[in-house]
Design a binder for this molecule. Structure first.
Ligand code: 5GP
Length: 209
């Protein structure tokens, strides 16, 4: 089942190259997303065998478990923020970016309806600029309430995102720019073009900060 493709990273992390496995902690494996939907896009895979096949909303009802994952996610967010800074400002001494809160440019959360079976948390830069964004779900799953920040968990019992029809509705929503809020209706070409323009502006603002 292609939906089980994240399993080997948890079962035998050491058999994968360091270009994919960023780090292992006693509780998590950090990997690069194979189809990054932004400049930096990595996944945190909790190793707990009791949780790995649960839906994230179920898994994160356990507050102790959630607290452990939050700790690891905080560490991964720092790594991602550092990589993002390098990608935008370059390395070296005069690289810049000191005045920027780089972690504020990074989102940490789960999809309300994951496509992969093994529990994972996305840690992703928020600009969403990637040629892997090829269809509606690729954009909307990160830029609507379908993306559930770890801080919003555990999900309240009355949250509509427990329902499949609400998840489907979010994925089908009209396109809205993550940065300026402008609407693009049903036009995938329109939002893609606009996200590319915003990418330039976003980068410029970060470099100049
Ligand atoms: P979901 O929608 O289930 O929350 O996201 C699953 C993520 O796993 C997607 O961002 C997708 O690009 C990524 N992915 C799918 N297959 C593989 C794989 O074989 N290896 C890695 N590293 N990532 C994958």
């Amino acid at each position: 089942d292609p939906r089980d493709a994240l399993a080997p990273y948890i079962i035998s992390p050491s058999t994968h190259p360091p270009s994919i496995i960023l780090k292992q902690t006693p509780t998590s494996v950090f990997i690069r997303d194979a189809f990054p939907k932004a400049l930096v896009h990595v996944l945190l895979l909790p190793r707990d065998p009791e949780k790995t096949l649960l839906h994230p909303f179920e898994a994160f009802k356990d507050e102790e478990f959630l607290a452990r994952v939050r700790t690891d996610a905080g560490e991964l967010k720092e790594l991602v923020a550092r990589e993002l800074r390098r990608k935008i400002c370059g390395g070296g001494k005069a690289a810049g970016g000191e005045g920027v809160d780089w972690e504020a440019e990074v989102k940490v959360g789960v999809h309300a309806g994951p496509s992969m079976n093994h529990l994972h948390v996305h840690v992703i830069s928020r600009e969403g600029f990637s040629d892997r964004v090829k269809k509606r779900v690729h954009y909307n799953s990160f830029n609507t309430a379908f993306f559930v920040p770890l801080e919003e968990l555990p999900l309240r019992n009355d949250d509509p995102r427990w329902e499949h029809h609400e998840r489907a509705r979010l994925l089908k929503m009209d396109y809205t720019c993550w940065r300026c809020g402008r609407g693009f209706g049903n036009s995938f070409v329109g939002i893609k073009q606009h996200v590319a323009e915003e990418f330039v502006e976003w980068k410029k603002a970060l470099i100049e900060a």
